[in-house]
Design a protein around this ligand. Structure first.
Ligand SMILES: Cc1cc2nc3c(=O)[nH]c(=O)nc-3n(C[C@H](O)[C@H](O)[C@H](O)COP(=O)(O)OP(=O)(O)OC[C@H]3O[C@@H](n4cnc5c(N)ncnc54)[C@H](O)[C@@H]3O)c2cc1C
Length: 388
């Protein structure tokens, strides 16, 4: 006899676990099973991410998702305690800062309007204000910046573990096996096939498979323009410590940097290439990152690389945003993938939204319908300018 659930979630990363948690927390009484193929999350994107949290987006939907998530992350430790044990997510609200050249400022002024109408306390800074934040900054070629003090960075792995622990506490079952196929009969979702050939039945499947999610869909003929694209992060020290702890700072070139404990991390906007490549290359730091760091903050001239790592973006090549919602044409199939580098910070809102959509058939807290899968055939792309 096949095993049965009411909802199957493929992928127990930050998004899949947020969906499981929110469903059960919101009162869903059915059986929720999460399939995760990588029990230690070695190759999942969540633990490999930079942990950046920002509200400085250019589309209403991304700003709203971030704002919702901000409120969740601010109280995450208290709200997600299980058996008195609080997850320590280390949310450093040191701000998020986009540095701007003269040419970029008019666009930032426009972005500010989108952010303000959604309640974000972002503001434009002049050169002097930049220097109060980062006294060592080279502002010679800058006109100013766009800053939001409520944002910052956090420990994504601990957030994910917090969701997993609470979801299990509420009754979600985690099964550490790979889903190899979706089982569809006619136009109805029937379940999933596992790597040992077994079928696990459920009328409702949520695909939160990260950079593998689109491939599982494609096997059943549902195609998405998503590629797995590698990104590296470099951890380094500098001889002379900075006066202040850094906001997550984005240089006009797309190189970003922030503190990681007393050390620093940095990354850059790498060309999109379809590969599962988890190697990091010291020479990429030397060639693409270090010259920009050294120009921007003279203390970084004597940067000493400590380590590096790489992870995978599930990159939506059409409009660089998540694809979230019910898949049209197959009853019972929901997706949440294609996050393109900002899926950690959106996870609380994604889980809440999908919980509502699954339980009640509509969004209540945040309308995630702009991110629906049909937007591509409807030519209603969500074009976000601030993607790196
Ligand atoms: C270098 C780097 C920096 C980043 N920086 C940021 C940042 O600063 N801020 C931010 O918000 N985001 C950032 N991101 C993006 C962020 O990491 C992702 O958007 C987010 O972690 C996606 O979470 P997820 O749960 O959807 O995917 P994942 O964490 O990848 O989880 C998906 C899970 O599904 C499992 N799975 C997949 N297919 C199957 C299957 N068939 N059967 C069973 N299990 C399956 C996988 O093993 C995996 O554990 C960054 C990413 C990288 C790589």
């Amino acid at each position: 006899m096949n095993k049965k659930a009411d909802v199957i979630i493929v992928g127990g990363g930050i998004n899949g676990s947020s969906v499981a948690y929110n469903l059960l927390r919101d009162g869903f009484t059915g059986k929720v099973v999460v399939f995760e193929k990588d029990k230690v999350y070695k190759y999942s994107s969540t633990p490999r991410c930079a942990g950046g949290f920002r509200q400085l987006y250019t589309t209403d939907i991304n700003v709203r998702l971030s704002r919702y998530s901000l409120n969740i992350y601010k109280h995450f430790s208290e709200d997600m305690a299980v058996g008195g044990e609080k997850p320590k997510i280390d949310f450093k609200q040191r701000g998020y800062l986009f540095l701007a050249t003269e040419k970029m400022m008019p666009q930032f002024e426009k972005n500010l309007k989108v952010q303000h109408r959604n309640g974000v306390q972002s503001r434009l800074l002049d050169k002097n204000e930049l220097l109060t934040l980062i006294p060592e900054l080279n502002v010679d070629d800058l006109a100013g910046g766009l800053f939001c003090s409520e944002s910052g960075y956090l420990d994504a792995y601990s957030v994910m573990q917090g969701y997993i622990k609470y979801a299990k506490h509420l009754g979600a079952e985690y099964v550490y096996q790979e889903v190899t196929d979706l089982v569809i009969e006619g136009r109805k979702m029937k379940g999933v096939r596992l790597d040992n050939g077994d079928i696990y039945e459920a009328p409702l499947i949520v695909n939160c498979g990260g950079s593998w999610g689109a491939q599982l869909s494609a096997k059943a003929g549902m195609k998405f323009s998503i590629v797995p694209s590698p990104r590296q992060i470099f951890q380094f020290t500098c001889e002379k410590p900075l006066e202040n702890y850094l906001p997550l700072t984005m240089d006009p070139t797309g190189v970003y940097f922030r503190h990681e404990g007393e050390q620093l991390i940095a990354g850059y906007s790498e060309p999109i290439r379809s590969a599962y490549d988890y190697s990091w290359r010291r020479e990429d730091f030397v060639e693409h990152v270090w010259p920009i760091l050294a120009h921007r903050v003279p203390n970084f001239e004597k940067a000493k690389i400590v380590r590096g790592w790489a992870g995978i973006y599930d990159y939506n090549t059409e409009d660089h945003n998540a694809i979230i919602g019910k898949y049209p044409g197959v009853d019972g199939y929901y997706v949440a993938f294609g996050f393109s580098g900002h899926g950690m910070q959106q996870a609380p809102g994604v889980g809440k939204g999908l919980s509502e959509l699954i339980r009640t058939g509509k969004y209540e807290t945040i309308d995630l319908s702009p991110l629906r899968p049909e937007r591509f055939t409807e030519h209603q792309l969500v074009v976000e300018d601030a993607i790196y």
